[in-house]
Ligand binder design. Structure first.
Ligand code: PLP
Length: 389
């Protein structure tokens, strides 16, 4: 009998070591990692820069708490603000916690404006985390079922529908913010129409709302820019991120600009672990490596290359309805459920994920070589073509 709670349907494989874009299981079998621990290990596994930074920091000092100055945290905040156009950062330990911080800022901002019951517009099919507030914000009845009562103060709109948000604005004076993913991740790599972010920015400006972007999955270079909004000219008021920021060391961040950056005052929010020395040393090494190796441009190039190749090579498979993506967030959509392809992937030595029952999702490392990208393509094509056989 296991002493682990039954929260996960785990696959029957355990990995004992990682080496760049490959993982090795306890029997010595190697797998090309097309998923990176769900968009976390963007630099691959056992990256020497990350290993070095962590081991040096571990031999110096791990944790002091936010009762004291943490120069590494300030340095990381400076670099993130420089990269993003934001003014200030709160560090947490996960994506959900980064989103909790953004939700609390939006509510406090509302209260300071005299709105007693501030509401946040959130989207259908979104995913923001598993804490009570982020679960409420998440657009999945399946994830929410059984955890009622959910929180009040959230209003839902369909994704990619500007008119629906504008209508909420006309009918609901309590709205203070819109919170959304620039590309739905768990929702199936759904890319909104051109102009969507600009449209939401405009609605937020017209109504005096905060624009909150959840870049937990899309951030840290994955789509070919540091943040996905940087493909547009739009600046949000708040951006949250986590996953790839620490390349496997838990860290989350809520970045804010302008008035939103000045909402929290001492005592309003906090975290024992958030932004400790170990996590910040990992994140600083991630940022340095992304820049030194020009990995944002590489993610954009690899994404185009892999998406084109998958579309071409799967063109003859009439169950494949679409290959799409942005940078290294890639989806192969089938016309029928294909959950068994995750296990087929293991047989073919490639890690991939199936989301929404019928969408094969790839979130490979930004460090793939050209040869490794070709290997990923041929393995994924073989796995997808094995469906139904
Ligand atoms: C867009 C988005 N937001 C938030 C989260 C939650 O992050 P975490 O699991 O680190 O709490 C996820 C995780 O998949 C995500 O994809």
């Amino acid at each position: 009998m296991t002493h682990l709670m039954e929260t996960y349907k785990r696959l029957p494989v355990a990995f004992s070591r990682g080496d760049g874009v490959y993982l090795e299981d306890s029997n010595g079998k190697r797998y090309l990692d097309g998923l990176t621990g769900i968009a976390v290990c963007g630099l691959g596994h056992a990256h020497p820069n990350i290993s070095r930074a962590l081991s040096e920091q571990a031999q110096t000092l791990l944790h002091t708490s936010n009762l004291y100055e943490i120069p590494l945290q300030s340095q990381l905040a400076d670099q993130l603000c420089e990269l993003s156009g934001m003014d200030a950062v709160f560090f947490a330990n996960s994506g959900a916690e980064a989103n909790e911080a953004a939700i609390k800022i939006a509510r406090l901002h509302g209260h300071k404006k005299g709105i007693q019951k501030p509401a946040i517009v959130v989207m259908e099919a979104s995913f923001h985390g598993r804490t009570m507030a982020t679960l409420t914000a998440t657009g999945s009845r399946k994830a929410q079922a059984g955890f009622e009562p959910l929180l009040s103060g959230f209003v839902r709109a369909p994704f990619n529908d500007l008119d629906a948000i504008a209508l909420i604005g006309r009918n609901n004076p309590d709205v203070v913010a819109v919170m959304f993913e620039p590309i739905l991740g768990e929702g199936g790599i759904i890319i909104p129409d051109d102009g969507y972010l600009e449209g939401i920015r405009q609605i937020c400006d017209d109504n005096g709302w905060l624009m909150i972007l959840d870049e937990v999955q899309t951030g840290n270079g994955r789509t070919g820019q540091y943040f996905a909004y940087q493909h547009t000219g739009v600046l949000p008021d708040l951006v949250t991120t986590a996953k790839g920021l620490g390349n496997g060391v838990p860290i989350g961040a809520c970045l804010a600009r302008g008035a939103a950056a000045r909402v929290f005052e001492p005592g309003n929010h906090g975290s024992t672990f958030g932004g400790n020395l170990l996590a910040c040393s990992a994140a600083l090494a991630v940022l340095e490596t992304l820049e030194a190796d020009d990995l944002l441009a590489r993610a954009a190039y690899l994404g185009d290359y892999i998406i084109d190749a998958l579309a071409r090579e799967l063109a003859g498979n009439n169950l494949v309805t679409e290959v799409r993506g942005k940078g290294l967030m890639i989806a192969v959509e089938l016309s029928e459920p294909c959950g068994e392809l995750v296990v087929r992937g293991l047989d073919h030595g490639v890690l991939l994920n199936v989301t929404q029952d019928n969408i094969v999702r790839l979130l490979p490392p930004l460090t793939l070589s050209d040869e490794q990208a070709d290997e990923l393509i041929s393995r994924v094509v073989a796995v997808v073509n094995s469906h139904g056989s």
